[in-house]
Design a protein around this ligand. Structure first.
Ligand SMILES: [Zn+2]
Length: 423
């Protein structure tokens, strides 16, 4: 058997699958397939039929995940499993490849096994994880949280602006809508969870590298920052002695950028900090801003960088607060620890790429993924493929069929060696 990546998938089938799913979008706002929407349900039905056509036995688990299973050969001595998965929901006006590429690549692995009549001593599950993207209920990665036992009642009881409760939506899609506080009952038998995903950054493309072997999914911490000054008439409040909360907030925003730049340059590890949301009170054209609320999003592949950043931020606050006569209060609103990817699996992925003659580098993920949650209960790893200009979560998001085929070949070869079949 030749080890050229072309032999591991069918590029025509990959392309038509991508196009089929892209057509299932909210009309007038490509590419929008929000979790639980009618487009999403249509895509689920489509995927179910694709799974069945590949011989997979389909079911929806209690968490609303669509799972297609290829059973181990009948005389298999163990009940081990390999999970390959990603997601088919999108953000609003998102792209065609984020998540989709991984599900389609997993399906190509199944087609390869079928085509060559390869029976494996392990079950393979192709999973479309429910609602990976951040939704109006405020929680991402619903399906993987369920599998990892991290879907609590608090999350499920959230309602959106139309009073739709998250739990009820999960029931409508075939799940139980009940909290899951323990990992999947068969977690011990999962020997690998693998996900192929577009990189959503431009390190691979700019280095002309085929494959990124993900080292970790960074910890994500969000903080609310509240700056309180004193509101006043914009015409009569003299410049001297003002307590302008927005001016103070703007100093904080640029300071956070500078501190983060400094720290990310220091140790070459992934570290980013962003203020992406800001509210000004009272937000009037003729009023000195009295209060500003912001949210800071911190992502670090190493706890040390985060702690160092927070330390420096605290002392900067003291100085700014004194100088600008405004109070600054920061509170942690959500925290997820860094999720390192399994080292043995990473070696498998790198070796598979080598065997196929594909170039590869180690990359930190930057974005959150279902594998962060899966890594808490089983060995997990990710394959990144290049995407054009690093663009993602926008309609311009693009990767080539060839890039998907290369990633898919790495996936398939890794599955074969993990299952003890050096094909
Ligand atoms: Zn994604």
């Amino acid at each position: 058997m030749t080890k050229h990546f072309h032999h591991y998938s069918d590029s025509g089938r990959i392309e038509s699958a991508i196009n089929d799913l892209a057509s299932m979008t909210e009309p007038g706002r490509p590419f929008t397939r929000l979790v639980f929407s009618s487009e999403y349900k249509q895509a689920r039905t489509w995927l179910w039929s694709r799974f069945e056509a590949a011989g997979l036995k389909c079911h929806i688990d209690d968490g609303g995940n669509l799972i297609g299973t290829r059973k181990a050969m009948s005389d298999a001595a163990t009940s081990q499993k390999i999970i390959i998965g990603s997601h088919i929901d999108t953000v609003s006006a998102g792209g065609r490849f984020d998540g989709v590429a991984g599900v389609i690549a997993g399906l190509e692995t199944i087609h390869f096994l079928n085509k060559h009549g390869i029976d494996l001593p392990v079950d393979i599950e192709i999973v479309d994880f429910l609602g990976e993207e951040l939704n109006v209920w405020g929680t991402s990665c619903l399906g993987s949280r369920h599998m990892a036992g991290l879907l609590c009642a608090d999350i499920l009881s959230q309602t959106d602006q139309d009073d739709r409760q998250l739990a009820e939506e999960i029931v409508k899609i075939g799940g139980s809508g009940k909290p899951t506080l323990v990992p999947r009952h068969d977690a011990q038998s999962i020997i690998a969870c693998l996900e192929l995903h577009i990189e959503q950054s431009n390190r691979l493309e700019s280095g002309q590298i085929d494959i990124g072997v993900v080292t970790d999914i960074p910890g994500i911490n969000r903080y609310s920052i509240c700056v309180t000054g004193k509101a006043g008439h914009s015409g009569t409040t003299l410049m001297q002695g003002r307590k302008d909360a927005l001016v103070t907030a703007s100093i904080i925003v640029t300071m956070i950028r500078d501190l983060a730049q400094d720290i990310s340059g220091q140790d070459n590890r992934h570290f980013v900090a962003t203020i992406g949301r800001i509210e000004v009170y009272p937000n009037g054209a003729a009023v000195v801003p009295g209060e500003v609320k912001m949210i800071m999003d911190l992502r670090a592949s190493h706890k040390h960088s985060r702690d160092l950043f927070l330390d420096r931020l605290q002392s900067a606050y003291t100085e700014i607060s004194h100088r600008e006569s405004c109070s600054i209060k920061m509170e942690l609103i959500s925290a997820a620890e860094v999720a390192p990817m399994n080292e043995t699996l990473r070696l498998h992925l790198a070796r598979s790429a080598d065997e196929l003659g594909l170039s590869h580098i180690n990359v930190s993920s930057g974005a959150g993924h279902d594998m962060a949650h899966m890594s808490r209960i089983a060995p997990a790893a990710m394959i990144f493929i290049p995407c054009q200009d690093g663009l993602s979560h926008c309609p311009e998001e693009f990767t080539t069929t060839e890039a998907i085929a290369k990633g898919s070949a790495v996936l398939t070869r890794s599955v074969l060696t993990l299952a003890g079949r050096d094909f």
